[in-house]
Design a binder for this molecule. Structure first.
Ligand SMILES: Cc1cc2nc3c(=O)[nH]c(=O)nc-3n(C[C@H](O)[C@H](O)[C@H](O)COP(=O)(O)O)c2cc1C
Length: 184
């Protein structure tokens, strides 16, 4: 394990990369602080035996242009993640600012989240893509890194398209949904 030199504060404390945090962080404080950073809202989806599954993901991020890579962080306890890991493929629907109810549904534990949701299969992997989303991506798994109680999933983009250029993306911040004012 790599040890960095003692910090310049004179505390004499050494920091070890990958070692458990020295300071106890209150989960409520962690959520409150991180909640001040607005995120877009996506539904990451897959399917097993023809049954579509998905979860709401705010940690979606772009990674690389060549090759085209994207990523997201997912709780290892997610039932959808189990399906996606098995299938090695996933779809991403970038939700529009009139799809907050859809976000709530995919963040819940209801039995069939796609019941009443209009969708179509992604062009390459067949992953379910939600209609009326701002944009869609169709991906295969490129790499996975364990990180605490989550996995960081990197996907290679196989297809992508903007569907509602006029619509604003849904934004989540401070525990609530917000409209992303259109940028002309
Ligand atoms: C706005 C928002 C963003 C979220 N972002 C993530 C995320 O990035 N990663 C994650 O694992 N869960 C995230 N969640 C929580 C999951 O959507 C939620 O735990 C879901 O019930 C998991 O479903 P599953 O077990 O069926 O896969 C988010 C929830 C909301 C409301």
């Amino acid at each position: 394990m790599t040890a960095e030199p003692a910090d310049s504060s004179g505390s004499g404390r050494e920091r070890h990369l990958g070692a458990p945090a020295i300071v106890e962080i209150d989960p409520a404080v962690y959520r409150n602080v991180l909640g001040h950073l607005p995120t877009g809202v996506t539904v990451v989806s897959g399917s097993t035996a023809g049954r579509p599954v998905g979860l709401t993901v705010g940690s979606f991020f772009s990674v690389s242009l060549a090759p085209p890579l994207v990523g997201f962080c997912v709780a290892r306890s997610s039932t959808t993640w189990n399906v996606i890991a098995e299938q090695q493929a996933f779809g991403v629907s970038v939700l529009a600012d009139d799809q907050d109810a859809t976000s709530g549904r995919f963040a819940s534990r209801v039995e069939d989240k796609f019941d009443g949701i209009s969708w179509e299969p992604a062009p390459v992997t067949g992953s379910p893509l939600i209609h009326s989303a701002v944009a869609h991506l169709d991906c295969e798994i490129f790499d996975v890194f364990p990180a605490g109680d989550h996995d960081v999933v990197i996907g290679r983009v196989l297809a992508l398209e903007v569907h509602r250029a006029e619509a604003g993306a849904l934004v989540f911040a401070r525990g609530g949904y917000h409209r992303h004012e259109s940028i002309d």
